[in-house]
Design a protein around this ligand. Structure first.
Ligand code: ATP
Ligand code: MG
Length: 550
C-alpha cells in the first residue's frame, strides 16, 4: 500500500530542515520526521500537488491556532520546486487508531472519559475559530504522554458532493463521514457526528458502519441506524444523538456533546465547566507514554520509552486514592464500568471492612449512652453491619432507570423488612413452639403450629414496619455510588438521622430503646459510605490537586 517516499534520510528539500526519515503517507501527502538547523524536531508534511490556493488557505487560517489539544502548526512553506510543506509539531506517541487497535473490546473507561473530553475541547476550539475539521478520525488524533492532540486540521480538502461520489472508486475513509456530506451541504455538525463514531469505537473497539467498499459504508451512514446494543447502556443515548442522520437533531456543539458524556459519568452532577476543566491536562501526569508502534524507532529514545498499556489493563492515574484501584473498562453495563471481577474484588474488600467500621462506630455510642448492656450493643453492631452489607450489594445492581428510583426503593423495602425481622429475632422473640403457653388470644401459624401472642406479633410488626419504611425512603444508592464526589459526606448521615427519628412513632418502644433504631440507620450510613468502593475524586478535583501539588 505504501509507496516509496519522495525523499531519503539526510536530504534537505526544504531550506532549514534535514529530513531524518519518512513517517507515513496519507490522502494529502507524505509526512517526514525532520530536524531544523537549530535542532528543533518537527514533522514535515509534503502536500500533494494539485492543492488549490483556496484549499491552502485552510492551513494558513489555522497556522496561528494554539490549543493544548491541537497538534501545533509552525509554518506553511514552499520549497525550491514549488512544493508546499506544512511544518508542524512532531508528536511522540501513537495515534488513537493504534491505541484502539490494541484494545479490541474498548478502552478503559477513565481513559475514554479523559480523552473524549480533550477531543471535544480541541474540536470546540476549532469550531469557535471557524474551522471545521472534516477529517476527524482516530488516525488523525495523537496521544502523547497520555495527552490527546488533534492533527490535520485545516488540511482536509472540501468534500463536495462530487468528491463524495469518488467513494465508489475507493477514495478516502468514509467510516467517520456524516450522511449529509453526500449533498456537499454541511456544517460543523459533521465533526460532532465523527466524534460520535469515535466515541462508539473507543467504547466498543468497533465501528458502527462497515462495508466491502467505501461507497457501501457511506450508504450505511445515510440509511442505517447504528446498532447501539453493542455498547454499554449508559453510552447509548449520547451516541444515538451524536449520530442522528439529521444534523439539526445532533448535539449543537462539541461542548454540549462533551457535557452529555461527562454527565453520564457523574450521574447528572455538574462538574467544573468542560471547556476550561483540565481533564486531559491531568491525564498528562496520569498516563504513561504510549508507544508509537512504528517500524523505525524514533530518534530520541529518551522521549519515547515505551510503556505499553497491555490490552485491557490499567492506565495508571496520578491520584493516590485511585492508584491502587482496578481500572474500569468499557464493555460492561453500568455508569462507570469495571470488569465484573474488578467489581467483585472491590466489593468483597468493602464488605470485609464494614464490620470493623460498624464496631468502631458502636463503641463510642456505648460511651455516650452510659452503661449500655452488651447484648444491645451486639444487636446494634449486627444490624448495622448487615444493613450496610445489604445496601452496598444492592448499590452495585445495574441502574435500569436513573429517573425512576421506585424499583430500587422496592428492593430497599424488602431489605428493611428483613432487617426488621432480624431485629425482632435478635430481641429474643423467637417464636414459642408447642402449646405450653397457649392462650386464647394467640395466633396459630399455619403448617408449623407455632403460636404467637398478640403483643409479640405487634412488636414484630413494628420492627418490620419501622425498618421497612426507614430503609426504603433513604437514597442509599447515592451514598454508595461508585462515582460519588466524596467518599463520605455528611448529608446522607443527617438524612439517615432525620428519617430514623421521624419514623420513631412506629418503633416498638416496649421492646427496645428507640436509640437502637436510629443508631442502626446512622451507623449503617457511615459504614456503607466508608466501605463502598469509590472511584476517587472526579477528574476536575484531581487535576486541581495535581496543579496545587506542582
Ligand atoms: P489522512 O491523510 O486522512 O490524514 P493519515 O493520517 O493516515 O491519513 P497523514 O496525515 O499523511 O495520513 O499521516 C501519515 C503518517 O504520519 C501517519 O502515520 C501519522 O500518524 C503520521 N503523522 C502525521 N502527522 C504527524 C505528526 N505531527 N507527528 C507525528 N506523526 C505524524
Ligand atoms: Mg492524517
Amino acid at each position: 500500500m505504501a509507496t516509496k517516499f519522495t525523499y531519503r534520510s539526510g536530504q534537505r528539500p526544504l531550506d532549514g530542515f534535514t529530513l531524518k526519515r519518512g513517517v507515513g503517507q496519507g490522502a494529502f501527502g507524505e509526512v517526514y520526521f525532520a530536524v531544523s538547523d537549530g535542532g528543533k524536531e518537527v514533522a514535515l508534511k509534503l502536500l500533494l500537488r494539485g492543492h488549490t490556493d483556496a484549499e491552502l488557505r485552510g492551513v494558513t487560517h489555522c497556522i496561528n491556532l494554539k490549543h493544548p489539544n491541537l497538534v501545533h502548526l509552525f509554518d506553511l512553506r514552499t520549497d525550491a520546486r514549488g512544493d508546499r510543506w506544512v511544518v508542524m509539531e512532531y508528536v511522540f506517541g501513537e495515534s488513537l487508531a493504534h491505541v484502539i487497535n490494541k484494545h479490541p473490546t474498548g478502552l478503559p473507561t477513565q481513559v475514554i472519559r479523559e480523552w473524549f473530553a480533550a477531543l471535544c475541547r480541541g474540536v470546540s476550539y476549532l469550531h469557535n475559530q471557524g474551522v471545521v475539521h472534516r477529517d476527524l478520525k482516530p488516525g488523525n488524533i495523537f496521544i502523547e504522554h497520555g495527552h490527546l492532540k488533534i492533527g490535520d486540521y485545516g488540511l482536509s480538502r472540501r468534500i463536495s458532493g462530487s468528491e463524495a461520489g469518488d467513494l465508489s472508486r475507493g477514495v478516502g475513509t468514509p467510516y467517520y463521514m456524516a450522511p449529509e456530506i453526500k449533498n456537499g451541504n454541511y456544517t460543523a455538525s459533521i465533526d460532532i457526528y465523527a466524534c460520535g463514531i469515535i466515541l462508539y469505537e473507543m467504547v466498543s473497539g468497533l465501528r458502527p458502519f462497515n462495508g466491502e467498499t467505501p461507497y457501501e459504508v457511506l450508504i450505511k451512514h445515510i440509511t442505517e441506524t447504528p446498532d447501539l446494543t453493542k455498547l454499554p447502556a449508559p453510552y447509548r443515548e449520547v451516541i444515538r444523538r451524536a449520530l442522528e442522520k439529521d444534523p439539526a437533531k445532533r448535539y449543537a456543539t462539541a461542548v454540549e456533546l462533551a457535557r452529555a458524556v461527562e454527565e453520564m459519568f457523574t450521574g447528572g452532577r455538574r462538574e467544573a465547566a468542560l471547556p476550561t476543566a483540565s481533564l486531559a491536562d491531568a491525564a498528562v501526569s496520569m498516563t504513561p507514554q504510549l508507544p508509537r508502534g512504528r517500524p523505525v524507532p524514533p530518534p530520541t529514545p529518551s522521549k519515547t520509552e515505551p510503556l505499553e498499556i497491555p490490552s485491557g489493563a490499567a492506565v495508571p492515574v496520578a491520584s493516590p486514592a485511585r492508584a491502587a484501584a482496578p481500572q474500569e473498562r468499557a464493555g460492561v453495563p453500568g455508569p462507570l464500568t469495571h470488569t465484573a471481577r474488578d467489581r467483585l474484588t472491590e466489593l468483597a474488600g468493602g464488605l470485609a471492612l464494614a464490620p470493623l467500621i460498624t464496631a468502631a462506630c458502636t463503641a463510642p455510642w456505648a460511651v455516650f449512652q452510659g452503661p449500655v448492656p452488651w447484648t444491645l450493643l451486639g444487636r446494634v453492631f449486627l444490624l448495622s453491619t448487615v444493613l450496610a452489607w445489604a445496601v452496598m450489594v444492592i448499590g452495585r445492581l445495574p441502574k435500569k432507570n436513573e429517573h425512576n428510583p421506585w424499583g430500587r426503593r422496592a428492593i430497599q423495602l424488602v431489605v428493611g423488612l428483613c432487617i426488621g425481622a432480624l431485629a425482632f429475632w435478635l430481641d429474643g422473640w423467637a417464636l414459642p413452639t408447642g402449646t405450653a403457653s397457649a392462650s386464647t388470644g394467640d395466633i396459630v401459624l399455619p403448617f408449623t403450629g407455632q403460636r404467637i401472642s398478640q403483643s409479640t406479633l405487634t412488636i414484630g410488626m413494628k420492627y418490620l414496619i419501622y425498618f421497612g419504611v426507614t430503609v426504603a425512603v433513604f437514597r442509599w444508592w447515592t451514598a454508595t455510588d461508585h462515582n460519588r464526589r466524596e467518599r463520605v459526606r455528611f448529608t446522607p448521615i443527617i438524612a439517615a438521622t432525620f428519617w430514623s427519628a421521624i419514623f420513631l412513632f412506629l418503633w416498638p418502644w416496649e421492646a427496645a430503646p428507640a436509640m437502637t433504631g436510629v443508631s442502626v440507620l446512622v451507623i449503617a450510613t457511615v459504614t456503607a459510605q466508608v466501605a463502598s468502593p469509590w472511584a476517587g475524586p472526579p477528574p476536575s478535583l484531581r487535576s486541581r490537586a495535581y496543579y496545587s501539588r506542582g
